[in-house]
Design a protein around this ligand. Structure first.
Ligand SMILES: NC(=O)c1ccc[n+]([C@@H]2O[C@H](COP(=O)([O-])OP(=O)(O)OC[C@H]3O[C@@H](n4cnc5c(N)ncnc54)[C@H](O)[C@@H]3O)[C@@H](O)[C@H]2O)c1
Length: 259
């Protein structure tokens, strides 16, 4: 899909990190961008800077997502591109024994919260976006749209405490091919990126020493990924009409250890 001013894109989680980098990179190609995010101040700021529109959307809410697509389409037209970056994580062992002998297990409300945001939230945005893309005329390539999702290497090498996060991201990986198959006859493609360790606010929360230690575990280059490197692959997945039904690791060769 040729990227230019005739193309509109919705980026969930576009107020920060990987989504922000992708929103900025798409806007640089002339694409009209709508940012879906809970973080209003940051979302407004990024949207202002790239000449896009911010929509206050919670991907776990059906009404919020419907209202977001309505507002985005009124402002920038029906999107041909959806990039799903909204997500978060948590950490707790399935069951564990504390020093004082107390036994606990992973809270089911916390398990469900991560599935709601990372997996169901992603599918909710895909379903609503794809239905909108089907109303568009195909481009000369036969394409109506392109969808990019964000999983994680934790879908394949989940660490201690990541049962919920890994399950949510494994779900995103697992649904990529069936979604691509569902939408193929309408000319809509679907691909997923499995990022390794990227330098975003999510990772920076641990401080510079933590970031340095994490970076040293990466095979080559021995550093955290730059969000622009994520955006570059997301854009290639949109741009290249032969990219479809794929789950691609982008991780500097890291394979995560148990902890
Ligand atoms: N940074 C990494 O190393 C890394 C690695 C693997 C996977 N990922 C995945 O990449 C995605 C983006 O992560 P990031 O590092 O850019 O994080 P980030 O925290 O910088 O950005 C995530 C954005 O999602 C938004 N968000 C969270 N819940 C939301 C909801 N319910 N509705 C709407 N917006 C919501 C947040 O407000 C935030 O702006 C996430 O899905 C994350 O799991 C990140």
């Amino acid at each position: 899909m040729e990227l230019n001013g005739t193309i509109s894109a919705v980026i969930t989680g576009g107020a920060s990190g990987l989504g922000e980098a992708t929103a900025r990179a798409l806007a640089k190609q002339g694409v009209r961008v709508a940012i879906f995010d809970l973080a209003a101040e940051k979302g407004e700021k990024v949207a202002r800077e790239i000449g896009g529109v911010y929509c206050n959307v919670n991907v776990t809410s059906e009404e919020s997502v419907i209202a977001g697509f309505k507002r985005a389409r009124e402002a920038i037209g029906q999107e041909r591109v959806l990039v799903n970056c909204a997500g978060t994580g948590n950490a707790a062992r399935t069951a564990s024994r504390a020093k004082d002998g107390t036994i606990r297990h992973f809270g089911l409300d916390q398990f469900e919260r991560i599935i709601q945001i990372n997996l169901i939230g992603t599918f909710r945005c895909i379903a609503h976006s794809a239905a909108g893309m089907l109303t568009l005329d195909p481009l000369s390539t036969g394409e109506r749209g392109a969808i990019v999702n964000t999983a994680s290497v934790a879908a394949e090498d989940g660490q201690i405490g990541q049962a919920a996060y890994s399950a949510s991201k494994g779900g995103v990986v697992g649904m990529t091919l069936p979604i691509a198959r569902d939408l193929a006859r309408e000319g809509v493609r679907c691909n997923t990126i499995l990022p390794g360790l990227f330098n975003t606010p999510l990772m920076n929360a641990g401080g510079p020493e933590f970031v340095q230690k994490l970076g040293s575990q990466v095979l080559f280059p021995s550093r955290l990924g730059n969000p622009d490197e994520y955006a570059s692959l997301a854009i290639e997945m949109v741009r290249n009409p032969y990219f479809n039904g794929e789950d691609v690791r982008l991780d500097g060769g890291i394979r995560m250890a148990p902890a």
